[in-house]
Design a protein around this ligand. Sequence first.
Ligand code: ASP
Length: 324
Amino acid sequence: MKTRREFIKTAALGAAALTAGNATRLIASTGPVRKPLVVSTWSFGMPANVAAWKKLVEGERALDAIETGVRVCEGDPEVRTVGYGGYPDRDGYVTLDSCIMDETGNAGSVAFLQHIKHPVSVARKVMEETPHVMLVGEGALRFALDQGFEKENLLTPKAKASWKQWLKDGGNYEPIRPDQADHDTISMLAIDQTGDLSGCCTTSGLSYKMHGRVGDSPIIGAALFVDNEIGGACATGVGEAVIKTVGSFLVVELMRQGLSPQEACKAAVERIVNRYPEYRKVQVGFLAINKRGEAGAFAIGKGFQYAVHDETGNVLVDAEYLLG
Ligand code: ASP
């Protein structure tokens, strides 16, 4: 029979020992760590992953990879729920939310930002060039312009036409159908060749939202959380549900306690619908990776997809879900 000392030695050899504060946890899986790796939300994550992957195989930091990746989506006018071409709020203004977090635990964020095509890059500047985490509205815009970002009109003719039609149809704001395509954020997580993690998310938020409404996407802990010793988690869907449960932080803490990314995302979804039954009819999806490069996701309703790029290729995966 093994002595306790021998057992601990064996366990430490067979699994990654992760130190978090005073507590040491073991992630049970063994075998080589999957790296580099990039994952992101929805089908528009596929081209974003390709851009991020290029950086990762060149040996760049996960932080550079994820910023590069989501910028593809932000700049694509056909993606109607992120950046340029995104649906406006109910008064016709395109207002953007984004945040970013690196392997050191540093974070930056912008909310209610107008006229800037790449809010993720402004969020990164907030992280790197200021002592703050979050800038909003006019102040965020002024900061972006000071940093050399260009002021642009983000409301494309297509998005404007959709908004006009929505007004004509009665202008009802009701984000209830899980399969609707009028909101969706790109959230992305990556592990680089050195094994470091970063993550970010960027969105135009719920279409036709109230002017001034800010969702989960710029809130560290809600739509995004990265702990380089444990893993990272991110979210998409109705942000109010994610904010009230501090969803991504919850997912990372559950992974710290030993749950797999998939189990942790499922537990966070269950927390939302058990605590707030009214959110059973909306969509929220969580996506997570752990330090070993295991990925998982889970959603309230059917339809959430996520893109995974590792050395075997880039695939779009249908997430499991709780309610039909
Ligand atoms: N989470 C975003 C928001 O609430 C929207 C989405 O991802 O669907 O603004």
